[in-house]
Design a protein around this ligand. Structure first.
Ligand code: 5RP
Length: 242
């Protein structure tokens, strides 16, 4: 990979640092998105060069296809059962390592995979680090049946939490409703800022028809933030004091 843009060089630096955490024999979840693409390439290089024996699960069809093209063997998460490590990208990362994910529409499989992992490591460029989550649209995956009713429930929830937002958009691709790997739709919430992520997360999860949303709270253990010069900053999750 030569002639990378500054942003891609940062993503690649983060990806390399994350792949350096992989050890022979590990069970690893592979994330989705442009940063994860660098990670899959770097992992494939290590597997080829070092003969690492890994068990790998992918968080999307796109990642599965890329990994297989690069010679990696992908298994079903259920056949592996539990993962040592998942490496994934993010759309926003706050100081507590809470995340917004789902810019690529894969947050359902990504959350299932991260939740089945001892450790979730996020890789990103510096533009993803924020003080407060919410400037990036928050994806909410809903099943097609009754989706407008589900959307009305979401709207009422936002009002009850005093979360003003621009119109809630149904994600589109190529002039049609975007369809996730699970055959669902995505509502993108433009909230600007989310002062109480836990309240919103709990509220969304309680709505029938909402399959999963893109708030990943308390799931990320380490964020590796690459920079265009190849450096990497490590952000660890602050200790939670009971
Ligand atoms: C896909 C995701 C991605 O990890 C997230 O959108 C970041 O993508 P990118 O690395 O392309 O910025 O959550 O559902």
């Amino acid at each position: 990979m030569t002639d990378l843009s500054p942003s891609d060089a940062a993503k690649d630096a983060a990806a390399r640092a994350a792949v350096a955490l992989v050890r022979d024999g590990m069970r690893v979840g592979l994330g989705t998105g442009s940063t994860a693409v660098f990670m899959v390439h770097r992992l494939a290089e290590r597997v080829r060069a070092e003969g690492l024996r890994l068990r790998l699960a992918a968080t999307s069809r796109a990642t599965c296809d890329l990994a297989r093209q690069l010679g990696l063997t992908i298994e079903d998460l259920d056949d592996i059962g539990w993962l040592d490590l998942t490496i994934d990208g993010a759309d926003e990362i706050d100081p507590d390592l809470n995340l917004i994910k789902g810019g690529g529409g894969a947050h359902l499989r990504e959350k299932i995979t991260a939740a089945a992992s001892d450790r979730m490591v996020v890789i990103a460029d510096p533009g993803k680090v924020v003080e407060t989550l919410g400037a990036f649209h928050l994806p909410v995956e809903v099943i097609p049946f009754g989706w407008q009713t589900t959307r009305a429930h979401v709207q009422r929830l936002l009002e009850s939490l005093d979360l003003t937002q621009r119109p809630m958009l149904t994600r589109q691709r190529d002039g049609r409703d975007f369809v996730t790997d699970e055959g669902n739709m995505i509502l993108d919430l433009s909230l600007e800022a989310i002062p109480d992520c836990r309240a919103l997360s709990n509220g969304l999860s309680a709505i029938p028809g909402v399959v999963e949303h893109g708030l990943f709270l308390g799931m990320c253990d380490l964020a590796l933030i690459g920079s265009p010069d190849g450096g990497v900053i490590e952000l660890a999750r602050p200790e939670v004091v009971e």
